[in-house]
Design a protein. Structure first.
Length: 486
C-alpha cells in the first residue's frame, strides 16, 4: 500500500543513488567498470539478455553463507547455555530443489507446511528425520504422507489434530515425534512486541491449556511429545519478543517437564532483514544469545533442565540473497503537494512477482542495474504493469533523475516471499529463478509461458489447435538457457 505520507519518515535522499548498501544487497553485489550491477560474478545486463525480465536472481554463495552463519550463531548460543539446537529452514520463504540442497548441505533441517512443500523437500533429498511439518489445517492425507515419509516432527496445532496424527501414526505402526504449537500471546515485529493474554489468531492452542493438551498427547502410544512450539511473527530485529515469549512458554514447558521428559523447545522463525538500509536488525549472533540466555534463565527459575532448542528461520536466509531485475517501460512525473515531484517508474512485472508491497506495505530498495548515472537523485515509486493502482513494487526510493524507458533496474532483498507468493494475476506468466555463482548462471526454477497459461484453460485446451496463438512474447527467453519444459 502506498504510504499516506508522500515520503516516508525514514527515507533520506542518498548522496549517491548508485550506491549499493551492503546490508541490503547480496554480499557479492558490486558494479563493474561499466557501472553495471554484478551479482555472483554475472552482470545484470547479461542476465537480462539471456533470461529476459522480470527475473529473480539468487546469489547461491550468499544463501549458503547465510544458512551456515545462522546455524553457527544458534549453535554457539545453545552451547553457551549447555544445550544444542536444530535449525530448520522455513521453506515457505522460497522452496525449490536447489535451495533445499543448499540449506541441507549447510546442516539445516527443513520446515514445511503443506503436502506440496513436503514433496519438494523429499524430492530434493532432505533427510525426513530432519523435516518439521506445521500448519493449522493439515489434511489427513498430508498427515499420512508425512508420517509414512518418516518426518521427524509434526507440529500439532489444535486439539482436533491430536487424533488425526495419532491415528495416522498408529496405522503406519510408528511412534510419531510431535510438537504442540502454543500461542504465547506475544506478537512481535521489528522493534516492538505486543504481549496479550490471548492473541486473536488462528494458530496454536492457548497457553493456559498447553499442559492439559500436552498431557493428552502423552496419552497416545503412537505419539512422542518432544516439546512445545511457537512462532511469534516476522521481520523481528532483536531478541526481546522471543525472550518474552520463551518466558511465557517455559511456565507450561516446566510443568510438562516435571511430569515426564520434555527434551526440546522450538521458538520458530521471524528474524528480520534490511529492506531499505534504514532497517537495522541486530546481528543474529546477538539475537541468538539473547534468546538462549532467556531460556536458560527461565529454566533455572523453574528448576528444569535447559531443553534442546529449535528455530525456523526463512527470510533471514534467503531474503537478502535474492534480487529481482526489471526493465523500465514508462516514467511519469507527478507533483506532490508542497513537496518534491514523484516519478512513477513502471516496470515489466509487479504484484504478480512481488506482492509484498501491495499485501503488507513492505519497503524495498531500487537501483539502476545496467549503468550508473551522476544525475541528481529523484524520488521514485516503482509501479508494476497490473491493472491495480496498488500494484507497487517499491513505494519510495531514489533513482538518478535520468532513469528512463529501457533502463534495467534491480530491487534488493527479494529472495523471500516473492517467488513463493507469485501469481498469474492479469494472466502474466510466472517468471524463472536463476542462481548465480562464480560467474555462472543457471535456471533453478523454470518460468511459465503463455502456452502454459492457455493449457490450463479447459475450454481453450479442449478446442486445441482451433485456437490460433501467436508465439508468446516471452517464450524464447522465459527459460532460455535452462531449456523449456515440454
Ligand atoms: C513463517 C514461519 C516461519 C519463518 O518465518 P521467517 O520470517 O521467514 O523467518 C517459521 N516458522 C513458522 C511456524 C512460520 O509460520
Amino acid at each position: 500500500m502506498a504510504s499516506i505520507q508522500p515520503v516516508p519518515g525514514w527515507l533520506r535522499a542518498p548522496d549517491d543513488a548508485n550506491a549499493l548498501a551492503p546490508s541490503v544487497w547480496p554480499s557479492s553485489a558490486h558494479r563493474d567498470h561499466d557501472g553495471r550491477l554484478v551479482v555472483g560474478g554475472v552482470s545484470a545486463a547479461e542476465l537480462a539478455e539471456r533470461f529476459g525480465t522480470p527475473l529473480y536472481v539468487v546469489d547461491e554463495s550468499d544463501a549458503r553463507a547465510r544458512a551456515a552463519r545462522m546455524l553457527a550463531a544458534f549453535e554457539a548460543a545453545a552451547a553457551s547455555v549447555g544445550t544444542s539446537v536444530t535449525v530448520y529452514y522455513a521453506g515457505k520463504a522460497f522452496l525449490s530443489g536447489a535451495i533445499v540442497r543448499w540449506v541441507t548441505e549447510a546442516g539445516l533441517g527443513v520446515d514445511v507446511c503443506t503436502g506440496g512443500e513436503l514433496a519438494v523437500a523429499l524430492a530434493a533429498g532432505a533427510d525426513p528425520a530432519r523435516i518439521g511439518f506445521h500448519g493449522n489445517n493439515k489434511s489427513v492425507a498430508e498427515i499420512e504422507r508425512a508420517v509414512e515419509a518418516g518426518v521427524g516432527t509434526i507440529v500439532i496445532d489444535s486439539e482436533i489434530e491430536i487424533d488425526r496424527v495419532a491415528d495416522a501414526a498408529a496405522r503406519a505402526g510408528r511412534v510419531q515425534g510431535v510438537r504442540l504449537r502454543v500461542n504465547s500471546g506475544v506478537h512481535a515485529s521489528t522493534h516492538e512486541f505486543l504481549a496479550t493474554a490471548h492473541e486473536d489468531q488462528k494458530f496454536g492452542v492457548t497457553l493456559e491449556r498447553a499442559v492439559e493438551i500436552g498431557t493428552r498427547i502423552r496419552g497416545f502410544d503412537s505419539l512422542d511429545l518432544v516439546g512445545l512450539h511457537c512462532h511469534i511473527g516476522s521481520q523481528i530485529f532483536d531478541s526481546a519478543g522471543f525472550a518474552e515469549s520463551a518466558e511465557r512458554l517455559l511456565v507450561a514447558h516446566a510443568e510438562l517437564a516435571r511430569l515426564a521428559p520434555l527434551p526440546e523447545l522450538n521458538l520458530g522463525g521471524g528474524f528480520g532483514i534490511a529492506y531499505p538500509s534504514a532497517d537495522e536488525p541486530a546481528p543474529i549472533e546477538q539475537i541468538a544469545l539473547g534468546i538462549a540466555t532467556a531460556v536458560a534463565d527461565g529454566c533455572r527459575d523453574h528448576g528444569v533442565p535447559v531443553p534442546k532448542l529449535a528455530f525456523e528461520p526463512g527470510r533471514a536466509i534467503i531474503g537478502p540473497a535474492g534480487v529481482t531485475l526489471y526493465t523500465v517501460g514508462t516514467v511519469k512525473p507527478v507533483p506532490l503537494d508542497g513537496g518534491p515531484w514523484r516519478h512513477y517508474v513502471s516496470v515489466d512485472g509487479g504484484m504478480s512477482d512481488n506482492i509484498r508491497t501491495a499485501l503488507y506495505g513492505a519497503d524495498y530498495t531500487v537501483r539502476l542495474a545496467g549503468r550508473v548515472s551522476d544525475e541528481t537523485p529523484s524520488l521514485v515509486r516503482v509501479a508494476g504493469k497490473h491493472c491495480e493502482s496498488g500494484d507497487i513494487v517499491v513505494d519510495a526510493d531514489y533513482l538518478p533523475h535520468d532513469v528512463g524507458p529501457g533502463d534495467l533496474v534491480a530491487v534488493a532483498a527479494t529472495g523471500a516471499y516473492c517467488w513463493s507468493l507469485a501469481n498469474n494475476y492479469n494472466h502474466v506468466p510466472r517468471r524463472p529463478v536463476v542462481a548465480v555463482r562464480d560467474g555462472m548462471a543457471r535456471v533453478i526454477v523454470h518460468g511459465e509461458t503463455e502456452d502454459d497459461l492457455l493449457s490450463r484453460d479447459a475450454e481453450l485446451a479442449a478446442s486445441g489447435s482451433s485456437i490460433e496463438t501467436e508465439s508468446p512474447e516471452r517464450s524464447d527467453t522465459s527459460d532460455a538457457a535452462g531449456g523449456a519444459p515440454a
